[in-house]
Every structure is written in C-alpha cells, then in structure tokens.
Design a protein around this ligand. Structure first.
Ligand SMILES: [Zn+2]
Length: 285
C-alpha cells in the first residue's frame, strides 16, 4: 500500500485516499471520493490537530513525509504544498510538453507559481490573464512572457483573439483556469488550440455553472480535465523546484503581505479583495 502525502496539508484531517474504493484500486488516488469529504476541521474532536493556523498538525499513518531541504526557509516552504505541488501536478496531467504555449487564467498564487513551473518544464511561451496590474507584474517576474489585463481588454472575444495572435493564430496548447471562476471556461476553451488541453483547477465551488458548446470541444479534438489534488511524489519535485529556482524568481514578493495570527481576518480580507497574491500569517514566539 503506498503512503500518501502531505507535509503541511491545511484544509482537513481527511485529505488522504481510502485505498479501498474503485478509484484507489485503479491507483487513481486523486480521484478517491474520501479526498473530497471536505469536513471543516473540528478541533473539539480527535485527533484535534487537523486544521491550519496551529502550532501542531496531526499526520495520519498513511501520509508521506518529505524532509525539507536545508536551503529552504519557512517563507519558501509555505507554498510547497497547495501551490507548487498542485501546479506541477496539474501541468503534468495536462501533458505540457517542451516548446508548448500555455495561457493561464488568473494571476493569484496558483497562476504566478504556474508561470515559473511551466517555464522550468520547457514551455516556450506563457501568457497570463488577470484584472489586477500588480499581479500581472508579479507574473512577469515569475516567467510570464506576455500578460493580458482584463480591465483593459474587457471583451472575452478580444482576449481570445489576443491569445491566438500570440500563438501564431493557433491557440495555446494548454490553457489553465486558476481564476476560481466558471465564467473563464467558455473563453478558456476558445483559447485552447486544436488538439490542446483545457485544465481547470480553480473553479471548485459547487454552485458555479457556465454554458459551453460541446461541438467546440469535440470537432477540434480538445480535452477538458479537472485537477484538484496531487500525488505524493509531486511534493519531492516541488521541493527540488524551489531549491533550484529560489534565486531565480522573486519569491519574497509573494510573502510581502504579512500578518500576525491576531490579524488573520485582515489577511483573509486582503486575499479576498485580491490585494495580496499570497497573504502570509507569520507566527511568532
Ligand atoms: Zn479511495
């Protein structure tokens, strides 16, 4: 039985596969429904330490643990789990190849790390779309070759045209939705090249719907895939990625917005209003 991950899993104590269901039998662990039994961590019942923003965290016996390389400090390690590992696994699932063109919808933490990961994985061109100029500026510092400001290019059809212009009229081989909005789907599918892949990782809220024309996917042989988790081995790759790129990209920009635990509501507000790409809670003492 394989061990599963996470070093710093933050959202629930049940984020591990069951190893008994149909998906687990097929070794498709990220599709295990147990991973999606998203219970709110309850610190009043055993094993107590199942959530984030705490001094201690309970690791189940099935979790894989990777030792953090000495070169990586807390600021860098904070993003290794639900950002770096997630975007590397997503791009692998989308079969991003050397020389590919990638368009990223959303320049939050996922989009910014994905720019750098894609460049390190050999992407020839990375195009990032967002409505906040500061976030686009950071994306460029993290490897994005081109950015499209949604507050300037306001019409979806113009953004699709721009992505096509930047990809020899062909469209991006992979388009990744990390914006959290289902509205991105029709536009993102239109930006995807013939034979390309639309990767959706952000629009996870269950009440979000959108309208898509199946023929626009079927006739040009596009793929649509969803990715919400990652395999344990990805954590090892993510740690190596941070070691090799720690001096190449300005990671300090991502943790520039720092808040004490007492000011945690302020941190959430900063994240909600997109003022901070990654609001950092800094524990002292
Ligand atoms: Zn399972």
């Amino acid at each position: 039985m394989p061990s599963y991950t996470s070093v710093i899993e933050s959202s629930t104590k049940d984020m591990r596969p069951c190893f008994h269901c149909r998906a687990c039998e097929r070794r498709d662990y990220t599709a295990c429904p147990t991973l999606w039994s998203h219970r709110v961590p309850d610190c009043a019942s055993p094993p107590y330490f199942g959530g984030a923003f705490a001094d201690y965290y309970y690791l189940a016996s099935t979790f894989a643990v990777y030792k953090a390389p000495a070169e990586l400090g807390d600021d860098l390690l904070a993003g290794v789990n639900c950002v770096v590992s997630q975007v590397i696994f997503g791009l692998e699932q989308a079969a991003l190849r050397y020389g590919d063109r990638l368009a990223i919808q959303g320049a939050g933490g996922l989009g910014i790390y994905m720019s750098a990961a894609a460049k390190e994985m050999g992407a020839a061109r990375v195009i990032v779309l967002d409505s906040v100029p500061r976030r686009l500026e950071i994306a460029r510092a993290f490897g994005a070759d081109d950015t499209i400001d949604l507050s300037v290019v306001t019409r979806p059809e113009d953004r699709v045209r721009r992505v096509r212009e930047l990809t020899d009229g062909w469209g991006a081989d992979v388009v990744a939705e990390v914006s959290g909005s289902s509205n991105a789907w029709p536009e993102g599918i239109a930006m995807t090249s013939r034979g390309g892949t639309y990767l959706s990782m952000g629009a996870i809220l269950p009440d979000q719907a959108c309208s898509v024309v199946p023929s626009d996917v079927i006739r040009p042989s596009k793929r649509i895939i969803g990715v919400a988790h990652f395999e344990p081995e990805t954590l090892h790759k993510a740690l190596q990625f941070l070691v090799t790129t720690r001096a190449k990209y300005p990671y300090d920009l991502l943790t520039a917005d720092r808040f004490s635990l007492e000011a945690i509501n302020e941190a959430f507000a900063a994240a909600d209003t997109r003022r901070a790409p990654r609001a950092a809670i800094v524990m002292t003492g």
